[in-house]
Design a protein around this ligand. Sequence first.
Ligand code: HGY
Ligand code: MN
Ligand code: MN
Length: 420
Amino acid sequence: MTVSERLQPSPDRLGADLDELATVREPTRAGWTRTVFSEPYRSSREWVASRMRAAGLRVETDGAGNIVGVLPGRVPSAPALVTGSHTDTVEAGGRFDGVVGVLGSIEVVRMLRENDIELDRDLLVVDFLGEESNEFGLSCLGSRALAGELTTDHLDRRDRDGVRLGERYAEFGLEPSGVLEAAARFAGRGALHRYLELHVEQGPVLEQRGTAIGVVTAIAGIHRLVADFVGRADHAGTAPMAARRDALVAAAEAVLAVRQQGCGAPVHGVATTTRLDAPPGSPNVVPARIRMYAEMRSVDVGWLSDAQRRLGEEISLRAAEHGVDADLTWSVDNECLPADADVQQVITAAADSLGVGWEALPSGATHDAVHIARLCPMGMIFVPSRDGRSHCPEEWTDLEDISTGIRVHAEALLELDRAR
Ligand code: HGY
Ligand code: MN
Ligand code: MN
């Protein structure tokens, strides 16, 4: 029996893990809510660490707050192989986003050990801290810190309650100075060999085409917008329509402009208004202030830049027509990043060797891989999402599809371990 034939996930064990982790969530919310620094998230991390230990991994929490399970290799001095994902969720999200990459990688470790397969390199299985974007407007906290991209300015950002990100780390039991020093651990390229992440597609392509495996070609860049519309409060019953400076009308036209600019990208591009904040208005006052949150994403750097410029111009023009000031603040969550071509090749060869269908596709979602790519070549494996849904309670991936992804993941990790 070949190694490939011997390396089979245990559906019962994997299913039990998925079901058990799914019990850890905010009890009062629909779907799954384990947001960063929350108590359900603290509990889920403790559970993940216990499953890593039970699988034979040496578990530590690194300076960036990531949970790192180490499977020692034959050659400890060799640059390590890294895998994993995240187990935090969006508000009222799903139970597979990120989880499949963490629990799937723990299952790979069990498969290797059950078959007495020892890698040359240490294998690090990581549950990265806080991958989902949060109130600080910052996704991928743990991988960003490891990559040396988390700064003191980031730690000074404040949430809606005015609490600094650094304070949230401290409340969660993580030393903010350790977060900033975390990058030193793998400083520069060479300390890590390759990074491979298994993840649900969170889109409709694989299911629609009946393909078992997605080989990620690139991860979309994300540009975020906070727009403040400042008009003038007026009596809703007496202010002439032509004389109003209605902040909510300007914001509403901006919402439509976001959608319009997000359509028609030649390769991949999207734009979303994700939140409107208004002070508690009175039912008889023309709204004076509105804050709008939006984001634009694309794997096409040129389109993203042009669409952002067009959107900014259109929002400002429309607001001026209403006598409303529009203050636009853009930030880059992450720039678009291609996956490593050689790692993509390893994934496709692994799928082919198992007789599993695959296709190459971009990722509209961002991932920890975008940041770890600063430390070593990275690749990602997708498995199908039912109805292409994610970031909602309806998120679902069949156990059989996850098992197929784990088999390809294991094969690719074995090949990457051998790669020089
Ligand atoms: O926003 C994203 O793409 C990811 O789910 N954090
Ligand atoms: Mn994710
Ligand atoms: Mn997500």
